[in-house]
Design a protein around this ligand. Structure first.
Ligand SMILES: [Zn+2]
Length: 518
């Protein structure tokens, strides 16, 4: 009944389960919709590294930075494909930024080891209004592109000679001094502030991190680690290729774990090299071993504008294929991805008889229960022609959101506590009468219908539309948070869909209560 069994099984059993699944064609295209019962799918996400450079050229042969591996300058047009694909598939992609060349005030010169030029760093030649345009674009499109931290200059230089990499000394297998790395965080913040991205202006520090060149100091038991450095700054999530940090003994068989409160998840690259223009993963999706995969900026770019729509479509098709894969689904954002990773690792979902599901979340580690790490749990059912989930209740309460896509009905449960739950659902010709239709990239935490209206606790990013199925036309839509604005709303009588335009000020997520009054 349960699909996601093998992360918890011993290796021998896992291999035989995989063989059985292959024998019965569970990963094939045909028959994917035929199996009944609840699916507990693995989340899927993609990280996009090395955004933020102004110059694209790899000058590592002259002891300079690798950058994007593209001999041209970068500008706002190079961010649009990511946003356009994200909008098309309803996903907020995780972007990882290197900020040295966005520096308008040469604050990077205070870090002697952050660039090849060291204390003589001078970014004047790069700087004009185009960086403001780019950074505003990134902020305004937070619904589809997440601003995450990668680094200041990507490597570590001493007397003009680089060592890989910025956050950990891979060559000598030792951490850089803690105080130095803390200065890098300060400079990253100072560059953000040059664009008005400060706590005073309602902007939080990034929640996601990828360490440059996967050089990461894994040290959960010690007093200092890259995880501690990042968690102290407000970062919650990291992903790195664990094969690059074998010396640090990360929990490889586990595929991830907590380092001083930072959730670090293993990732891999599946055939799209970091410098390749127009490059998608070449390995089949069914063979991906990790839940988050690696990509780099040039992979998303065509060599000229006239070729870009075709490449965007290839990425859109790729994500549709992920969504159509029974054991996977597209996570809406990093928080949702990370939650599902924790649930699929630590929770069990068992369907005793069709429509009655036991969820056991009692093995969730305490670290995961703090600081809002646990968001929505996602379950799915394969839909036959004309079939819908007609009723869904978690311990008698309505689910928070629902989405039909790629032949599946995706059911979003509220954040779970460390306990057992009973989930009941029914299939039918009519979809549920009232629900959030999860086409956006927000997170819904509670959904409470009443005769007077609907109360929705959510976190949203940037500007986007929330769709709500309701048979009653609302008289008013209000927000509890002045920084989570309701820009407008319209109700379509024919489809019974209410569209609410939302704007969240903090690009890392703005939370509030939306009241829809009938
Ligand atoms: Zn990088």
């Amino acid at each position: 009944m349960m699909i996601n069994v093998f992360p918890r099984l011993p290796k021998l059993l896992r291999v035989s389960t995989l063989l059985l699944l292959l024998l019965f064609g569970a990963f094939g295209c045909s028959g994917e919709r035929d199996g009944g019962g609840i699916i507990f799918p693995r989340a899927f996400a993609i990280a996009i590294d090395d955004l933020g450079w102004n110059e694209g050229s790899n000058i590592s042969a002259e002891d300079g930075p690798y950058r994007a591996g593209l001999r041209r300058n970068m500008d706002v047009r190079d961010y649009r494909p990511i946003v356009e694909v994200g909008r098309a598939v309803g996903v907020r992609f995780q972007g990882l930024f290197v900020l040295a060349e966005m520096d308008r005030e040469n604050v990077v010169a205070t870090l002697a080891t952050a660039t090849q030029a060291g204390a003589k760093f001078d970014n004047t030649a790069n700087i004009d209004d185009s960086q403001i345009e780019t950074m505003n674009y990134v902020k305004d499109n937070a619904a589809y592109l997440e601003f995450g931290i990668h680094g200041v200059g990507h490597e570590h230089w001493e007397n003009g000679k680089p060592t890989r990499a910025e956050w950990y000394d891979m060559e000598n297998d030792q951490p850089w001094p803690e105080e130095d790395n803390r200065e890098h965080i300060k400079v990253f913040k100072a560059i953000m502030a040059q664009y008005g991205w400060t706590p005073e202006n309602g902007q939080s520090f990034p929640e996601s991190f990828v360490s440059c060149a996967h050089a990461y100091y894994w040290n959960p038991e010690g007093s200092y680690s890259t995880g501690k450095l990042m968690r102290d700054s407000g970062v919650k999530y990291a992903n790195i290729n664990f094969r690059s940090i074998m010396e640090a003994n990360p929990p490889l068989e586990f595929g991830g774990g907590f380092d001083h409160g930072l959730l670090v998840i293993n990732r891999r690259q599946y055939g799209n090299n970091w410098y390749e223009l127009t490059s998608l993963p070449s390995e089949p999706i069914a063979s991906f071993k990790t839940d988050i995969i690696e990509s780099h900026w040039p992979n998303w770019l065509a060599q000229d504008d006239f070729l870009q729509p075709r490449l965007n479509q290839r990425w859109i098709d790729f994500f549709h294929e992920v969504q159509a894969t029974r054991v996977r689904y597209l996570a809406k954002n990093t928080e949702q991805f990370s939650s599902q990773w924790l649930y699929t690792r630590f929770a069990t979902v068992t369907e005793k008889k069709r429509g009655e599901v036991d969820i056991d979340n009692t093995n969730m580690p305490d670290e995961a229960c703090q600081e809002n790490f646990l968001g929505n749990m996602v379950l799915a059912v394969a839909l036959r022609e004309g079939e819908h989930v007609s009723r869904a209740r978690l311990d008698g309460e309505p689910v928070v959101a629902y989405l039909e896509e790629a032949g599946f009905g995706y059911i979003y449960l509220p954040p779970l506590k460390k306990r057992r739950y009973k989930f009941k659902y029914e299939m039918g010709e009519e979809a549920m009468p009232t629900y959030v239709n999860h086409t956006g990239t927000y997170n819904i935490y509670t959904f409470q219908p009443s005769p007077e209206g609907l109360v929705i606790d959510l976190e949203t990013y940037g500007t986007q539309v929330m769709e709500v199925k309701t048979s009653k036309k609302p008289s008013a839509v209000r927000s509890s948070n002045p920084h989570l604005k309701v820009l407008g709303h319209e109700y379509d009588q024919a489809s019974k869909i209410l569209r609410v335009s939302l704007y969240g000020r903090d690009m890392q997520g703005e939370r509030g209560i939306i009241n829809i009054a009938f």
